[in-house]
Design a protein around this ligand. Structure first.
Ligand SMILES: [Zn+2]
Ligand SMILES: [Zn+2]
Length: 256
């Protein structure tokens, strides 16, 4: 059994065949998926998907790209959503300094607001960080009690950044970009994640694995990432599944 801990099945890329995608995931052994809220509307859809499917859990958050679309009123809507059933985390939230339409100041402000909310609700964090490692770690260090209960999703940093993230107590999640032919450097870094901190995700519809590169990604393809880790860590595929499923249960407190 595998858990895809980060996908966006609410996105329009799945409008024509969402149920089929969910069925394919189960058939591939991906028994559970965590659907990630990345906007106000997406968080609402995420909660709705989780209420309709017993194999989907939801999270509520606003991607840093949308930081300037949120005002006090819409933030309070996310608070209401985050209290719904089957919401297992706050995110994705964080900082993205790569061609973002939102200013760093607005991103930081929203990040801190969501960290406060996660503390109030006792939920873990799903952190998005692109080209913003320093500020992300500084904010977490300042705003959270260590160890930080959360995960850095789609990890793509170097060894030094990995060590810093681990020292904050965070879990580390990899997407299918780890399977890319040219991801040798990232695979070398991935070897150093302690087994008890490792999570798997697709970030579907983005970042399809090497075998489907350039196409739409979907939760069933997380199996390719499992295979890459099995090879990388020289462990049976079943053990990678057991380790990462136990970690997802542990971090998100899901009873499955
Ligand atoms: Zn992200
Ligand atoms: Zn995402």
């Amino acid at each position: 059994m595998i858990i895809d801990t980060h996908c966006h099945l609410d996105f329009e890329q799945f409008n024509s065949d969402r149920d089929e995608v969910i069925r394919r995931a189960r058939a591939a052994g991906v028994f559970y998926m965590i659907n990630i809220g990345s906007s106000l509307e997406g968080s609402a859809k995420s909660v709705e998907l989780a209420s309709e499917h017993d194999n989907i859990f939801a999270t509520v958050g606003i991607h840093p790209h949308h930081a300037e679309e949120i005002d006090a009123g819409s933030f309070s809507e996310t608070e209401t959503l985050a209290k719904k059933e089957r919401v297992v985390a706050i995110g994705e939230i964080g900082l993205d300094y790569f061609k973002s339409p939102s200013s760093p100041a607005s991103q930081k402000e929203l990040f801190v607001r969501f960290i406060t909310l996660s503390r109030e609700l006792g939920l873990p964090l799903i952190i998005h960080n692109r080209n913003a490692h320093r500020d992300t770690c500084d904010i977490l260090n300042r705003e959270c009690q260590l160890p930080v209960r959360g995960v850095v999703h789609c990890f793509s940093g170097d060894r030094k950044e990995l060590d810093e993230v681990l020292s904050l107590g965070l879990f580390v999640s990899f997407t299918c970009n780890l399977t890319f032919k040219n991801a040798k450097g990232l695979r070398e870094v991935a070897k150093f994640v302690p087994k008890e901190r490792l999570l798997l995700e697709t970030d579907a519809p983005f970042l399809a694995p090497q075998a489907y590169r350039g196409k739409r990604n979907e939760p069933a393809y997380v199996t390719q990432l499992r295979d890459t880790f099995a090879e990388l860590l020289n462990l049976p595929k079943g053990e990678i599944e057991d380790i990462t499923t136990a970690n997802a249960r542990n971090l998100f407190g899901i009873n499955i």
